[in-house]
Design a protein around this ligand. Sequence first.
Ligand code: BGC
Ligand code: ZN
Length: 368
Amino acid sequence: MKAVAVFPGKPNSIHLTDLPEPSIGDIPDGRGILVEVLRVGVDGTDKEINDAEYGDAPEGYDLLVTGHESFGRVLEVGPNVSGLAPGDYVVATVRRQGSSIYDRIGTYDMTTDETYYERGINLRHGYLTERYVDDLEYIVKVPAALKEVGVLLEPTSVAEKGIEQAYEIQRRLKVWRPERAAVVGAGTLGLLATLILRLRGLEVTTLARTEPLTLNSELVEALDARYASTRRTSLKEAAQEYGPFDIIFEATGVSTVAFESMEALGKNGALVLTGISGGDRMVEVPGDHIMLGFVLGNKVAVGSVNANRTYFERGVQDMALSEAQYPGWLNRLLTHPVKGLENYKEMIRLLTEEKGAVKVFVEVNGRR
Ligand code: BGC
Ligand code: ZN
């Protein structure tokens, strides 16, 4: 069976490979689910993996099958699987259980283990292949009405988790009623965070470098959110004009933005950092101002990575709500389809060169 893989540590090693067929018997206790892959989305993490900046091969392999944003259809289920049947549309979560207490209660996204296992990213093969098998714990059902946009569930789950962290933390305030939010970054994650915050009824300002009009700025405005270019309006100015921000959701991976967000955050506000800043850049920041503002304003900053199945389930609900409230909006994110696993070179090219791309995704199996 075909799969797209890299040799971790070797830049630009993406290639087509052959994998043995998975079977439900590979998963213990009759809990296996065999899934036919229909679509796989790609993002900056896949680019970094191909650039050999990130990712490791599973034990016993020198290659790693990539792709962590999956969408597929159940082919076969083990004897102890309930709630899922052949023909159901599904998405698989990404991280797999480690050994910390958090892993053992199903919150593997909160692991404190040094080593973490992520399908398509680190030490576990991903979904850019024809079929995969996994334990029922990691497979989330998607209603057929969402099949055209189901491939967006993984990035949606990451946004869901980040926002949920803010709400959980803010229970400290007893009467928290967030009214205004800023999202920094208008890529897939920033757009999905904008959507989720709008669905919660917040007034949202989404900031990104590029000046309008772009598809991204149009997508923000289609949610009745405000788009601002940081070339014209700094985050600080945006806070004065459109704030105070009760939530700032960072989705850029740029560390200077993290500190600017700390300054721009309103009193009692929560800052959620989700960008993966791969480098080792040193930055100069107004440390005294930021610290004073944090202390006198009772502010909070939290980092958030990955998502467990709870956030995938929440993502399904919000995607359904989105179709009711902003019909067709999610579909507009799916800008660049790539036909077939064989076209992995085109996939990487679009991911690195196509400035107008929101979501690049591979159509793995034609029939749906
Ligand atoms: C994935 C997450 C993952 C993170 C860190 C992101 O691209 O969407 O699931 O936890 O990378 O590896
Ligand atoms: Zn990702």
